[in-house]
Structures are given as C-alpha cells and as structure tokens.
Design a protein around this ligand. Structure first.
Ligand SMILES: [Zn+2]
Length: 219
C-alpha cells in the first residue's frame, strides 16, 4: 500500500447516485494512480477496477455515495474484504494520520521465496495495523479455494521483482565499466519502478533496499 492524496484532483467529482460514473472513476484513477489501493496491482484504466467502500455499506449505508469513502480496488481484493469492519478498523491510505508506507514493513524475496511478507513496524502494533496486515495477507495469499489464481498473481509480482534485480545488476556492471551514460539510463529505469505510480511500489522498494539501492531520497 502507498499513501494517496484526495487533493490530487482539482475538484470532488459529481457522484450522484452512481459511484461508477465516468467522472468519479477518472478521479479515482488519478488519486489511486490506476492501482488497487490494497495490493497495488496496476491496470491501464480505472474502469478495469471495482469501487470499494472503505467503510462498508453494512457499517454505514449513508456513505455509499461519499467521495471520501470510495477507493479504487481490484475485484480480488474487494471480494476478500470483510462485510463488516473489524474493531480498530484499517489503516487508511488517504488519511494523513495513517502512514501505510512506514507502519507496515513490506518484503519480498524474489529468487528464493516469492510470497510477500508483511510485518508491523512497531513491535506492539495497533489493532488497525494488525487488521490491515491480515487484509494484505488475504489479498496476496488467497484461500485454499483460490490458491492457483493467487500463485499466478504472486508470479506477476515476482517477475516484476526479478526485472528490478536485473536492472540493478546491469547498473552495477555499468558502474564497474565506468559507463556514465549507461549508469544514468539504468538509474532512470530503476527509479521508475520505485515511484508510487509503478505497480507493487512497496514490495519493489523492499527489493531495492535489500540490494542497497533505495533510500527515502532515491525517488
Ligand atoms: Zn488488489
């Protein structure tokens, strides 16, 4: 998960009584960068996502057409969400008081173990952090019933991670060869994979960190 900003759009879209209207979907695409707010899968356009009610309709039906309660979400993550929010709620990527990028530590080991790992940054995590990690695990691990599907999803993430590792390796060769043009080229490609706009940002940053590339000042 990455932090998202509702004021990335100039004005609140006209939702009316259709949270999937074009204006709303376009605005959600901008705020969430055409990514699922939970698993960070990226798609070509917001129409390819579902619209999730962060506070579920069972929790509060009056918020179903409220802009601040609409989140861009892939169908798998949306389908895996509980109908009723657990006590403590979830970390909210749009709430400036929640920092989804630092309160959870994201990890993936692309070559030996491709299952993402999510751990709380604080040794005594809040219910909110624990619930969010539970949700992330559901979205990334699937259930017995959806095992095959989720394996292919993890392969997609692992492929992205391996591409990043290769780029860092090629950068290292360019450094050894003192080829400054090639170093720049590789660094631009690596940074592109680590921005909030890229798919699976937090997992890719964890890979880059392990290889000593990424710091908070990299992007
Ligand atoms: Zn998702």
């Amino acid at each position: 998960m990455v932090n998202c900003f509702r004021d990335d759009v100039d004005s609140i879209p006209n939702i009316g009584n259709d949270w999937r209207n074009e204006e709303t979907l376009t605005a959600l695409g901008i705020v969430f960068r055409n990514k699922c707010y939970i698993c960070e899968e990226k798609k070509a356009s917001p129409e390819l996502f579902e619209v999730d009610h962060f506070i579920t309709q069972i929790d509060d039906d009056s918020l179903k057409y409220k802009w601040s309660n609409l989140y861009l979400c892939c169908s798998d993550c949306n389908g895996s969400r509980k109908k009723k929010t657990p006590i403590g709620g979830y970390l909210d990527p749009c709430d400036p008081n929640d920092d989804v990028e630092t309160e959870i530590i994201y990890n993936i080991f692309p070559y030996d173990y491709n299952q993402p790992v999510f751990t709380p940054a604080n040794p005594i995590p809040s219910e909110k952090v624990k619930n969010t990690i539970e949700q992330l695990k559901k979205c990334h691990y699937g259930s017995k019933k959806t095992k095959m599907k989720f394996e292919s999803f993890r392969e997609t993430i692992a492929r992205q991670a391996k591409k990043l590792v290769n780029l860092m390796f090629e950068r290292k060769i360019a450094i050894d060869n003192k080829d400054s043009v090639e170093i720049d080229r590789k660094e631009i490609q690596i940074r592109e994979m680590l921005t909030e706009n890229a798919p699976f940002t937090m997992l890719m940053r964890s890979v880059a960190k392990r290889y000593g590339f990424y710091t908070n000042h990299t992007t």
